[in-house]
Design a protein around this ligand. Structure first.
Ligand code: G6P
Length: 366
């Protein structure tokens, strides 16, 4: 009810603003990096695997897609990510030395549960879930678990569950990296420090809300939008596009920016807003030339740029400045303004933000 909402207009907005606490709570019990974070018996199971298969749906699929970049670059472990409803019906090549990781806010999504059972029926017994509900079927069914502490999520469009899944998946990455000799003591200390600083860093990004409200007026009048990202921010662009379509009903697509020239550039006109996720990482210069390709066709760029990225506003280039680059954990910060943009655009269009048409919070039937 209204009392629970406090100063917020919708649960989604409240849940976006709860992210600093959700992340802090999720990290609460974490002291050092070790298999005990994943439940009893984790050490032996993790020694028995040399690859990861992630299974999930919706927003949870995008946290898994982000984690693939971390698992391969930091833990050096081959990782594949599959949409649960596809995996369960496809002939795949099972490998018993696989850690099967399901990701689910609710822990009750029928397709993800069925994909897990399918993996087990193929002889893959090492299962782990990153899940927000400790009492769910998913937690009961998996041998290992990392329970996120986002608290109850009411808005159909997932927000705080997503960022806490990313925290859980980053911890999983560090556990595997350490076990396989790819995590120095210095790196462990540094990553833990960066994780613990996240609630404050997220708070600083939430303070950008008034600037995002100003942009949302322009977005509310559009019927299409393109989202660009590269590397581990490509799944963040996908998640931003999903948020916008779910609650504002604007058709949105995300592309890895290097792929623009292979199709979506044909859609770019002065009418097309192009949201660009621009962290100051190794791909920044490449991304800047992709932005030029958009400008040359008259596309309007709306850029979330790290403070140290030296991207300036100009004709057709609108910039909101993020804090300085946050390294490997940057996706957790960059998704926040995309959540706020979708939220305020939906408000401007007057849609039912917490209960978008045709969608359910938890899909427990196929
Ligand atoms: C539904 C919800 C999404 C969610 C997806 C997966 O489609 O509307 O917000 O991402 O299910 O749910 P899960 O509980 O498995 O994360």
């Amino acid at each position: 009810g209204a009392a629970e909402l406090g100063p917020y207009r919708h649960y989604m907005q409240k849940e976006i603003f709860e992210q600093p606490k959700a992340i802090a709570d999720t990290l609460d019990a974490v002291e050092t990096i070790g298999p005990e974070l994943l439940g009893p018996g984790a050490g032996a199971r993790l020694k028995a695997v040399d690859r990861v298969l992630i299974l999930a749906c919706g927003t949870s699929y995008y946290s898994g897609s982000t984690a693939k970049y971390w698992l391969e670059s930091i833990a050096k472990i081959p990782t594949s990510v599959e949409i649960a409803s596809e995996y369960r019906y496809r002939d795949s090549v099972p490998d018993p030395r696989t850690l099967v990781v399901t990701i689910s806010q609710s822990g009750e999504t029928a397709d993800t549960l069925a994909a897990l059972k399918h993996a087990r029926s193929l002889g893959m017994e090492h299962t782990l879930t990153v899940c927000n509900v400790a009492t769910s079927a998913m937690v009961r069914e998996c041998a290992l678990q990392f329970v996120t502490r986002a608290g109850a999520e009411v808005g159909v469009a997932s927000t705080k569950a997503f960022t806490t899944q990313l925290v859980g998946l980053f911890l999983l990455t560090l556990v595997l990296a350490k076990q396989n000799g790819h995590l120095s003591d210095a790196d462990e200390t540094r990553y833990l420090k960066e994780l613990r600083h996240l609630p404050l860093a997220v708070q600083a990004v939430l303070a950008l809300e008034p600037q995002i409200v100003a942009w949302s007026e322009a977005f509310a009048r559009k019927e299409n939008a393109l989202f660009l990202g590269r590397g581990l921010h490509y799944p963040i662009a996908l998640e931003g596009a999903l948020k916008l379509k779910e609650i504002s009903y604007i058709h949105a697509e995300a592309y890895p920016a290097g792929e623009l020239k292979h199709g979506p550039l044909a859609l770019v006109t002065a009418e097309m807003p192009v949201v660009t996720v621009a962290p100051n990482d190794a791909l920044l210069e490449k991304l800047k030339s992709n932005m030029q390709e958009v400008r040359a066709r008259g596309g309007q760029l709306f850029v979330f740029a790290d403070a140290d990225s030296r991207i300036e506003s100009s004709e057709g280039v609108h910039v909101i400045r993020m804090p300085e680059h946050y390294g490997a954990l940057s996706p957790i910060l960059h998704v926040i303004p995309l959540q706020l943009l979708a939220y305020h655009t939906a408000c401007a269009r007057g849609t039912d933000v917490d209960k978008p048409r045709n969608l359910a919070k938890s899909v427990t039937v196929e």
